[in-house]
Design a binder for this molecule. Structure first.
Ligand code: AMP
Length: 215
């Protein structure tokens, strides 16, 4: 099973990907996570991407597409979830070409719909473990001890781009570049639009039903 999961920042792509990989043998390819790891490790890719992430802007297509190509080449037959890629039509076209070359196909493109009014609260309240990446929310899913990860004891922090001043740029980038992908993928078929509101388990139940995987 191969999936594209897309939606606005804060729509729950990362959370749903985590639930899917926990229950299905799939590999998550999250460009955002890959960029953050590269920044943490101080690699050349990280140095190139940092300014864009800090500003809430999209990393240039050539860099992002190259990164996804590397990940797709490492799959070895495992199903994948593309989380946060593609984010514009140029990337979507490039992905189509890469998949064709590799003889792979996407079974479903799923879009998580969340009203803009809810996104801001989700993003400003989000906290993540610096060590293992577990995602919390200060109101709906706080860690047991503030600032400490329940899973690994790592430090739980706010992502720099979840600060209010950067969020507006990210939402603009989404509106301008990513939202048009809805029509692009609708026209291609196997497109599923899901209600992304409610608890993560409620959303997962809708997702699992739509793409016919176990709950
Ligand atoms: P995310 O974790 O998906 O919210 O992504 C965080 C940041 O990583 C974005 O605001 C962009 O700066 C960068 N990024 C992630 N995915 C992409 C992509 N497909 N194209 C360009 N930039 C991306």
């Amino acid at each position: 099973m191969n999936l594209i999961l897309f939606g606005p920042p804060g729509s729950g792509k990362g959370t749903q990907s985590a639930l899917l990989i926990e229950r299905m043998q799939m590999k998550q390819i999250s460009t955002g996570d890959l960029f953050r790891a590269a920044i943490k490790n101080g690699t050349p890719l990280g140095k190139e991407a940092k300014g864009y992430l800090d500003a809430g802007k999209l990393v240039p297509d050539s860099v992002t597409i190259g990164l996804v190509e590397e990940e797709l080449n490492k799959l070895n037959g495992q199903g994948f979830i593309l989380d946060g890629f593609p984010r514009n039509v140029v990337q979507a076209e490039a992905l189509g070409g890469l998949l064709k070359t590799l003889g792979l196909k996407v079974d479903y493109t799923t879009f998580l719909e969340v009203p803009t009014s809810l996104l801001l609260g989700r993003l400003t309240g989000r906290r993540v473990c610096k060590n293992c990446g577990t995602v919390y929310h200060i109101e709906s899913k706080p860690s047991k001890v503030e600032g400490v990860c329940d899973v690994c004891g790592g430090q739980v922090v706010q992502r720099p781009d979840d600060k209010e001043e950067v969020i507006s740029t990210r939402l603009e980038a989404y509106e301008q570049s990513t939202r048009p992908l809805k029509d692009y993928y609708k026209a291609k078929g196997n497109y599923v639009e899901l209600d992304g509101t409610g608890t993560s388990e409620e959303v997962y139940a809708r997702l699992a039903k739509a793409v016919q995987v176990k709950r």
